[in-house]
Every structure is written in structure tokens, then in C-alpha cells.
Design a protein around this ligand. Structure first.
Ligand SMILES: [Mg+2]
Ligand SMILES: [Zn+2]
Length: 202
């Protein structure tokens, strides 16, 4: 089975421009490529998990997301990173487009998209991580049985607490998140050089 890093898109992987589907305005977050390439070297699959309620709100059509996906894949490819999957939820119960104005299992903090990706890509959720910039990401990851990282970059403003809303790590950006996750895996595997390094530092 595969291990994955599930990544929120807006405010985590790319700069948060609300409801943007203009490929030209996509910009990777600082540290994103460094983090993604670290994870790839460590053998993780990279999978985007995104809420796109702009579809249900009638702000853009669902097929506009294809352009976002391909531009994102190009930006990542320029830095040597590749996505194994790109999953989004187009729904919102209070949306204005009837086909999408539904209560679903895939809008974060629900974990539906992670379960879907795990089935499609043969992912071991317990060996995988979810990294996002708000606690709804953390909750979706924890509900799916992953460990989680919250990027503390100012995007979470409500801090609603709950049983599934505690991250395993807090990191400044994806580069630091990747360092924390790969170090944790090395510790768990008892890799001697890393153990020595940790002992020296503590
Ligand atoms: Mg986000
Ligand atoms: Zn949904």
C-alpha cells in the first residue's frame, strides 16, 4: 500500500485568492516546492484535497477546475514535483446551483475525499498525513485516520475546538511540515543517524 501526503490547495499549496479559477493567478506558497520534493524523495504520493464551493455558489462552472489543475501540475513539474491525485468537493448545502446544493460526505471537515483517494490510489491512511491551513483540514485528516499538520500562517481565525481538531504538528510552511513529517518517520523507523541527531539536539 502507498503512503500519501494529502494537501489542502488554497492557502496551503497555492496563495489563497478566494474563488479564483484563473490559471494565470495561481502562485505556489513559499516553501511549497521544497516540501513536496522532500516528501516525494521519502516515497509519499501527493494528493490535493480541496473544497470548491464556488461551483455550488454559481461563481464558476465545475469544468473551470480542469484549468486550475493543469496549471498547478505545470508549476509543480517545473520544480520536479508531481501530483498523484486532485480531488475537490463542488458542493455546499446553501449553494444556489441546485445540482450542487447538497449535504455531501466530501466537503471538509468531512473525510469523504480522503476515503475516495485511498480507494483509488491504494493508500494506507494510518501511514498518511493531511496538511492544511485551517482546522477543518485537520478535522478531515483526523477523521480519516491520518496524522495532521496545521500550517500556522494566519489563515485560521475562528479556532473552533473539537475532538478531531487537534493537529499532530504545527508548521510555518510546507517545507517545515515536510521536515517534521520525514523526521518523525525516521524516528519511528529507528534510523540511527537521525536518532543520534535528535539526542544531540535535545
Ligand atoms: Mg485552505
Ligand atoms: Zn461534496
Amino acid at each position: 500500500m502507498n503512503r500519501a501526503i494529502f494537501l489542502d490547495k488554497d492557502g496551503t499549496l497555492v496563495e489563497d485568492v478566494p474563488y479564483n479559477v484563473d490559471p494565470a493567478r495561481l502562485k505556489l506558497m513559499p516553501g511549497a516546492l521544497e516540501g513536496l520534493t522532500q516528501w516525494q524523495r521519502a516515497g509519499y504520493k501527493l494528493v490535493v484535497i480541496s473544497n470548491q464551493s464556488g461551483v455550488a455558489r454559481g461563481i464558476f462552472p465545475e469544468d473551470a477546475l480542469a484549468g486550475v489543475k493543469s496549471r498547478l501540475e505545470r508549476l509543480l513539474a517545473e520544480g520536479g514535483a508531481a501530483l498523484a491525485g486532485f480531488y475537490y468537493c463542488p458542493h455546499l448545502p446553501e449553494g444556489t446551483v441546485p445540482a450542487y446544493a447538497v449535504d455531501c460526505e466530501c466537503r471538509k471537515p468531512a473525510p469523504g475525499l480522503l476515503f475516495q483517494a485511498a480507494r483509488d490510489l491504494d493508500i494506507n491512511l494510518a501511514a498518511s498525513w493531511f496538511v492544511g491551513d485551517i482546522l477543518n483540514d485537520v478535522e478531515a485528516g483526523n477523521r480519516a485516520g491520518c496524522r495532521t499538520v496545521l500550517l500556522d500562517n494566519g489563515h485560521e481565525t475562528e479556532w473552533v475546538q473539537g475532538a478531531f481538531r487537534r493537529p499532530y504538528f504545527v508548521a510555518a510552511d510546507l517545507n517545515e511540515a515536510a521536515f517534521l513529517i520525514t523526521s518523525e518517520a525516521d524516528r519511528a523507523n529507528g534510523r540511527p543517524d537521525m536518532l543520534k541527531l535528535v539526542e544531540r539536539e535535545s
